[in-house]
Design a protein around this ligand. Structure first.
Ligand SMILES: NC(=O)c1ccc[n+]([C@@H]2O[C@H](COP(=O)([O-])OP(=O)(O)OC[C@H]3O[C@@H](n4cnc5c(N)ncnc54)[C@H](OP(=O)(O)O)[C@@H]3O)[C@@H](O)[C@H]2O)c1
Length: 365
């Protein structure tokens, strides 16, 4: 019954677009308008409404109606005034980001895409977008929910998968510690590490998150880092839960948690720097000075490697081939935090820095 109703609603939606002979649309956009110095919030964004003309739908383009927006920590990195892996996000432009939407209109007879198809695009925080058909990835809603293309089968999973496997080279019975373990990236890393036969310790910021890690994702030990707020306390706790030391540290957060890890690494440990979220809200422009523990890397002949998801774009199919069956048969589980409402996009970005999400954070219109 629910399915029939949904199909019916979907058809009504389609009729709206198809039968009104529309020549233009009102398009709300969130403009990134002010550079944050500390935490980002809605004062750094301006909501505007623009007219989108269908005459702009030139050959090779499609009109997309946005349905799910990806909210990612890299958005705050791009707001840093200093050089990162790319130019800072330009001010007074639509906030960039991955979006899942449906094709409303298409002007590309050569394409295998058609009206109504679900697609992944990088069209940012706007209700509608006109974009090149060859930049779109077609999604199959019958196989897995389309929102998974933003998280468990999307960019965060790609870096979790290749970061752990290629940089971490996990071996059976090794000890793997993951910070930010209940987030979009972390929840994938801990489960792949378990599949590879490792002993896994997940670090997260609340008891609800550590319970999820242990009871649902099957990690061996957890640490609620808020109960161990200094390097010394964290080091003592890590020594307790990792009596045989740490072979792989998958870092999503940086700061004092990462400082403490240097104290407990094993010979030939691999430290993977995926993210440093504790530093994003100000620390990228004015870096915090921390203890200098690199001598521990020397004693342990350890390696440290930064990893970037986009470096593995060309291997996306390889990741999906392995991960999709795991997601479908639930050998990999996942959580998403879905915030409703286009108007809540900037507020949702801010949630990442208060730990208010579990799993992938998504805004649904
Ligand atoms: N290298 C790449 O290509 C790549 C790709 C995707 C993501 N990343 C990075 O991976 C990390 C996780 O990204 P994600 O998308 O999976 O986000 P996420 O983990 O789903 O969400 C962010 C989480 O970070 C934690 N956090 C926030 N401030 C913190 C602090 N000061 N100290 C410790 N933890 C803090 C919060 O969880 P708690 O409640 O546990 O504090 C929050 O829920 C980020 O650093 C991100 O930049 C890198």
């Amino acid at each position: 019954m629910q399915k029939v109703l949904l199909n019916w609603l979907y058809k009504i939606k389609q009729l709206d677009y198809n039968q009104t002979n529309m020549t233009e649309l009102k398009n709300k956009q969130w403009i990134y308008s002010k550079r944050p110095e500390k935490l980002v919030d809605d004062s750094h964004y301006t909501l505007i409404e623009k007219t989108l003309k269908l005459s702009d739908l030139k050959p090779g383009l499609a009109l997309i109606k946005s349905e799910y927006f990806s909210i990612d920590p890299y958005m705050r990195i791009q707001q840093s005034g200093k050089e990162t892996w790319e130019e800072p996000h330009p001010l007074n432009t639509v906030q960039g980001g991955a979006v899942i939407g449906q094709i409303v209109e298409i002007n590309d007879p050569e394409s295998d895409l058609k009206k109504g198809d679900w697609v992944l695009s990088y069209t940012g925080w706007q209700e509608f977008a006109i974009t090149e058909t060859n930049s779109l990835r077609k999604l199959n809603p019958k196989e897995v929910p389309v929102s998974t293309a933003l998280g468990i089968l999307g960019m965060p999973a790609r870096i979790a998968y290749f970061g752990l496997i290629e940089a971490g080279k996990p071996k059976k019975d090794e000890t793997v510690v993951v910070s930010g373990a209940s987030g979009a990236v972390g929840q994938v890393v801990v489960q792949i590490a378990k599949i590879k036969g490792c002993r896994v310790i997940g670090i997260a910021g609340s008891d609800e998150k550590t319970t999820f890690l242990k009871d649902t994702l099957g990690v061996d030990e957890t640490i609620n880092y808020k109960k161990y707020p200094s390097i010394r306390q964290m080091k003592n706790k890590l020594s307790k839960v990792c009596p045989e030391g740490v072979d792989i540290y998958f870092d999503n957060v940086g700061g004092y948690i990462t400082d403490a890890i240097f104290e407990v690494i094993n010979v030939h440990a691999r430290i993977i720097i995926c993210g440093q979220i504790s530093q994003y809200s100000g620390g990228l422009d004015n870096p915090e000075l921390g203890p200098r523990f690199l001598h521990k890397m020397l004693y342990k002949r350890a390696t440290i490697q930064g990893v970037l998801s986009r470096d593995y774009n060309y291997r996306m199919d390889e990741m999906l081939k392995e991960m999709t069956p795991w997601v479908k048969d639930k050998s990999i589980k996942y959580k998403e935090t879905i915030v409703e409402g286009f108007e809540n996009l900037p507020k949702a970005l801010n949630m990442l820095f208060y730990g208010e999400n579990m799993g992938k954070l998504i805004v649904k219109v």
